[in-house]
Design a protein around this ligand. Structure first.
Ligand code: ADP
Ligand code: MG
Ligand code: ZN
Length: 481
């Protein structure tokens, strides 16, 4: 029997506040190193934290959008450990009484729909950043100390790398729709720890390892595949998986051991005496509930019922707010919306990943340089058969280079589908005459030769023949009578 993987994710998300969680320093990405610091976030002795109400509100809204119970009473604990990026030598976090528990998030993959349990969401502060510099050795930037974070912990419910990626995309969609965070993996405002074990289906959970701070969709997926292979090989060789923290190396595509995993006892958690209990009243909760906008699932349902899209396609289109907005704007100007949806998740997504030169695996809005109007127009041209799928691709690539009217472009480059039966007959005739060997092979029963003949005939029209009409003309001549 083969092994299955069991995955639980811990995701850290930076909240979109103006200021840090326990001081008035700006919460800004990309500032001069150590420009946004004060005695509180530098951890100077005697400095006292003051809790940022906006961080609480955003964390509550994240919990609501992820179907959690929001506790009316929660509190902060100190997590004690030493590392140079944490000058206080403890992180203010929530351990005993987290803000949110017991939620879920539905994901769609090509294989269908699944519900992923969310164990808890807690508030905490971020640590600083170590900068490894060729010339000067390791430097420290404390700007990130005290940036508000939520940590979202899932149940061990995920079973494939694809599901893990689908979960992260869905999480990003929900949190960006809600305005809780900008969730930019490349800037570290969404970071993911992967916990993974393997087992034979039906067996109890195996021993897990943890891979920390993966910062792209691609590295999450590759780390999962690599670690699954490694654990399977260890077990097959009669060995045991040890519980530990491992590092994933982008370059080699392998994971390697870093340290034995620490237990919660190692952290000497205790309630932070500097911060009062967090108390939420009914009025605050209903005010925040009212601010939760229409979430991706709602839009997905609407696309399914209004346009007859599959759950998977609709999920893809709602995976980012800009994309859903873009789709709706194009759909309003388009005669065949399902064709538009397929063009988007097919050829347009392919173009976006071609243009994602840093290979972040993110479909960034800035990469989408074709206007909704041009795409709608191209989609209708293709749906009506006025251009075929291969010329549609050519035109799309041209639109990405420079947004323009696809009708005019097709006109100027003579790309409209050739459907005239007389012209198609002439092309078919010529293809057969120029490739007698293929004709012979076809007549000898090698039906694969038809494909080669189609390719040849298509080439004679620079790819713009109506494929069905052309094939009919070829067959008429290959099988006379
Ligand atoms: P810690 O805080 O020490 O990392 P938790 O118990 O909070 O530990 O679990 C962290 C994550 O590990 C959760 O997402 C959980 O679903 C996942 N997890 C726990 N046990 C396993 C396992 N055997 N295999 C895979 N994932 C697991
Ligand atoms: Mg962990
Ligand atoms: Zn500060």
């Amino acid at each position: 029997m083969t092994y299955e993987m069991v995955i639980g994710l811990e995701t850290h998300v930076e909240l979109r506040t103006q200021t840090k969680i326990f001081c008035a320093c700006p919460n800004a990405y990309g500032a001069q190193p150590n420009a946004c610091v004060c005695p509180v976030c530098m951890g100077l002795p005697g400095a006292l934290p003051v809790f940022n109400r906006r961080a609480l509100e955003l964390a509550v809204m994240a919990g609501m959008a992820l179907n959690c119970r929001i506790h009316r009473h929660s509190r902060f604990d100190r997590k004690n450990y030493f590392y140079p990026d944490l000058p206080k030598a403890y992180q203010i976090s929530q351990f005993y009484h987290p803000l949110c528990e017991g939620g879920w998030l539905d994901i769609q993959t090509a294989a269908g729909s699944r519900r992923v349990g969310i164990t808890r969401i807690h508030l905490e502060e971020d640590a600083g950043k170590l900068v490894h510099d060729e010339k000067n050795g390791t430097l420290i930037d404390l700007n990130r100390c005290g940036v508000p974070l939520i940590e979202i912990v899932t149940e061990p419910d995920l079973r494939t790398a694809e599901e893990a990626a689908a979960y992260l995309r869905k999480l990003r969609a929900v949190l960006t729709y809600t305005g809780v965070s900008d969730c930019r993996m490349n800037e570290g405002s969404l970071r993911c720890d992967v916990n993974l074990s393997v087992r034979k289906p039906g067996q109890p959970l195996g021993v897990r390892t943890e891979m920390k701070n993966l910062n792209s969709f691609q590295s999450v997926q590759r780390a999962i595949e690599a670690e699954f292979r490694r654990q399977t090989e260890v077990l097959e060789a009669g060995g045991e998986v040890v519980q530990e923290t491992r590092r994933f190396d982008q370059r080699t595509g392998r994971t390697s051991g870093m340290r034995r995993k620490e237990n919660s006892a190692d952290y000497r958690y205790f309630p932070d005496p500097d911060l009062p209990e967090i108390v939420l009243d009914d009025e605050t909760l209903s005010r925040l509930q009212a601010q939760i906008p229409a979430l991706p699932d709602q839009r997905r349902e609407r696309y399914m019922s209004a346009y007859g899209l599959s759950a998977y396609t609709a999920e893809q289109l709602t995976s980012q707010r800009w994309l859903a907005d873009y789709f709706e704007e194009a759909a309003a100007q388009c005669a065949d919306v399902p064709a538009l949806a397929n063009l988007l998740v097919g050829e347009v997504f392919a173009q976006l990943s071609l243009r994602d030169t840093q290979k972040t695996g993110e479909r960034d809005a800035s990469l989408m340089t074709v206007s909704p109007r041009s795409l709608a127009c191209l989609s209708d041209m293709a749906a009506q058969g006025r251009v075929n799928s291969s010329t549609a691709k050519t035109i799309l690539a041209a639109l990405f280079e420079r947004d323009q009217d696809p009708e005019a472009y097709a006109q100027a480059h003579d790309l409209f589908t050739l459907t005239d039966p007389v012209a198609l007959a002439r092309v078919a005739q010529r293809a057969l005459e120029e490739a007698p060997a293929l004709v012979e092979r076809y007549r000898a029963g090698k039906t694969g030769a038809l494909k080669a003949l189609m390719g040849k005939a298509m080439g004679l029209t620079r790819g713009r023949a109506d494929p069905e009409g052309l094939q009919a003309e070829l067959l008429k001549r290959l099988n006379p009578g």
